[in-house]
Write a protein that binds this ligand. Structure first.
Ligand SMILES: NC(=O)c1ccc[n+]([C@@H]2O[C@H](COP(=O)([O-])OP(=O)(O)OC[C@H]3O[C@@H](n4cnc5c(N)ncnc54)[C@H](O)[C@@H]3O)[C@@H](O)[C@H]2O)c1
Length: 344
């Protein structure tokens, strides 16, 4: 494949009637939601909702949208076709429930929530409502290509996988913020690439500031493969290989570096490596932020055609279930079974 696999420049079908979309949340990542939606030909960003009227007004003005401080007020005035939600990690439940009760299609940020009962309550309240979660790492170019290589059998049978993701701490009330809000991407991506995780063992440390800021997990996959996850809030996003995934199979190996930076593929016994890196002009594939745009493109296609979301909110519940299994494994010192309900 040459260039970007999706090749999005100015995305969206210009002949489609624009969908009315709204963003809840005016923080740093909410800015990416607003940018990605406003960039599209097939959407009109009609509203931005924030708690702080000044911040909401500034963000809305950037995109010619209207500012609100109340979700209900926005829904009543704007009747959006889709709402995206990007709120502080540990404050997702109430606003998401409010939006689900209004029956509006949703794309929410990870983590779904921190508590499994709350996750179940959201999924139940959603019923058949379109309810997507932003596991955007799935749409990074190296990940798309690695998955294609796995599916084409280029790596043979996967025997082990490793995940490493670590940077500066995002301190929050939960002692398991790192595991739940950040390493959820790892649980999701490893299952996306390697299939269901069957059991977890765990080591965790809180030696730096009292929370379990670094975790080391040992995984068993339903396929028989094994894996490791190293997730840290005691590292730095300045380090190369902040994020690294290795998939080692009987016939070859794939290594993903920093989500969007590089994919290397190599066959057993072959000293030559095939490396993908974004080309000189390919800023789209090089950009971490644009993984959001790619996922959004798939979300909007699904919404327009009446298909289910490309990444359902239940994937957020699954990542949370795995995080809680890891916590239990650490607390009990035992290996905890994690096969999804209904088996592998
Ligand atoms: N998918 C990704 O790659 C990715 C990357 C970064 C962040 N995120 C996620 O995005 C979310 C937001 O992150 P952030 O860094 O922008 O957080 P943030 O804390 O900077 O911003 C959140 C904003 O929401 C506002 N807010 C809080 N409660 C509100 C309410 N009830 N109604 C309206 N506004 C409210 C806050 O005032 C703040 O402006 C988090 O869940 C984070 O995990 C995802």
């Amino acid at each position: 494949m040459a260039g970007s696999a999706l090749g999005i420049e100015r995305p969206g079908d210009r002949d489609a009637a624009p969908l009315r979309v709204a963003v809840v949340g005016t923080g740093g990542w909410g800015a990416q939601h607003a940018r990605a939606l406003a960039a599209r030909l097939d959407c009109e960003l009609v509203a931005v909702v924030g708690r702080d009227p000044g911040r909401a007004a500034v963000r809305a003005a950037d995109y010619g949208a209207r500012a609100y401080t109340s979700i209900d007020g926005m829904l009543e005035a704007e009747h959006p076709d889709l709402v995206t939600v990007s709120l502080p990690n540990e404050q997702h439940f109430e606003p998401t429930m409010q939006l689900l009760r209004a029956g509006v299609p949703l794309l929410v940020e990870k983590p779904l929530v921190f508590d499994l009962d709350e996750a179940d309550a959201l999924l139940e309240a959603a019923g058949d409502t379109f309810f997507a979660i932003n596991f955007n790492h799935r749409y990074a170019e190296p990940v798309l290509r690695a998955r294609a290589a796995v599916q084409a059998g280029e790596l043979g049978e996967l025997v082990f996988a490793t995940w490493r993701f670590g940077g500066e701490a995002n301190r929050g009330p939960s002692p398991h913020a790192n595991l739940i809000e950040t390493q959820c991407h790892g649980f999701d991506l490893l299952e996306h690439l390697c299939g269901p995780i069957a059991s977890i063992s765990a080591q965790m440390t809180r030696m730096t500031y009292g929370a379990y800021s670094t975790v080391a997990l040992a995984l068993e996959f339903a396929s028989g493969a094994v894996g490791t996850m190293l997730g840290s809030y005691d590292s730095s996003y300045a380090y190369p290989d902040t994020q690294r995934v290795e998939l080692n199979g009987t016939a070859g190996r794939a290594v993903i570096r920093d989500t969007v930076r590089e994919l290397s593929l190599q066959s057993v016994g072959d000293e030559t490596e095939r490396v993908w890196r974004a080309g000189y002009f390919d800023d789209e594939a090089r950009s971490f932020e644009r993984t959001m745009d790619r996922h959004l493109d798939a979300v909007l296609t699904a919404l327009r055609t009446g298909a289910p979301p490309p990444v359902r909110a239940s994937a957020g519940r699954r990542a949370l279930e795995l995080a809680h299994a890891a916590i239990r494994a650490h607390e009990t010192g035992a290996r905890v079974p994690t096969l999804p309900a209904g088996g592998a």
